[in-house]
Write a protein that binds this ligand. Sequence first.
Ligand code: 8YV
Length: 330
Amino acid sequence: MSQTGNTHRPKVIVTRKLPDSIETRMAELFDVTLNLKDIPFSAEQLKAAAAEADVLVPTVTDTIDEGVIAAAGDRLKLIANFGAGVDHIDVSAAQAKGVAVTNTPGVLTEDTADLTMALLLSVPRRLFEGEKILRAGKWTGWTPTFLMGHRIEGKRLGIIGMGRIGQAVARRAKAFNMSVHYHKRTRLPAQTEAELEATYWEDLDQMLARMDIVSVNCPLTEDTNRLLDRARLKKLQPHAVIINTARGEIIDEEALADLIEVGRIAGAGLDVFAEEPQINPKLLELENVVLLPHMGSATIEARVGMGEKVLINIRAFTDGHRPPDRVIPG
Ligand code: 8YV
């Protein structure tokens, strides 16, 4: 690897293969160890990396728990996560050990909102059912009643979590003439609410009972873990569809599959799962469920943007400044 001769280059360990342009810049700036083969680290490898690095760059596939943080020597000062969600990192344990955590918000907002809309359109319009039939050579031609789904326009969309991504979904939904509703811990400023033409529900159960489509766009925290448990899912109307591009753990997947199977919920579009990459087998059996492999931010633009954010956070931090995307324990 080429070196510029700077003697104070921080030791940075990256756990997964990142876009080439980001890796190249990392090599120019830092004493970096890349994972070009992209084989995920074991818990032991993570501990070893934490002990050896000044800066660790993990992703959603690395569990940075108390054990990993405890294994860090005095050297580790920053965990610069490649991704917005930090539910896989014990941020409190890091803070207690004097290790800062940063993430990459903002650069994946629009892409994740696009994917949310893609699922939101796919389930009611039965896109993947049609695709499957056609590819299987089972399409016998147009008929007046074949694959009838449901109209999107005029439907009520309930967004759970109205942060950056939730609001980007709301803007898109507005363009589709949907009626936007939301639930969030803290209500949006009146002006933002007015711009989005969004109706606030302080009580999630009340909102769920009234929606045609529900989109999960909140981070995974202790409070949102299994937020949509069996009892809550039962509040949905039988024609309702649920979309999740946030984190699988927010929904009780077993209950979701059961309720879809018996027709108590109409369908689901899921990009995230509680036990990735394992998928609950019951979900795989269901026709009216669209399942995607956690690809909300999978655009070249977003992934390069995320990498650039990681670079900026590391550079700011190691230059003695406050990194722009510091995560404070919630
Ligand atoms: C990322 C995500 O691809 O940023 C997030 O929180 O869920 C994904 O879009 C992943 O986290 C990368 O670590």
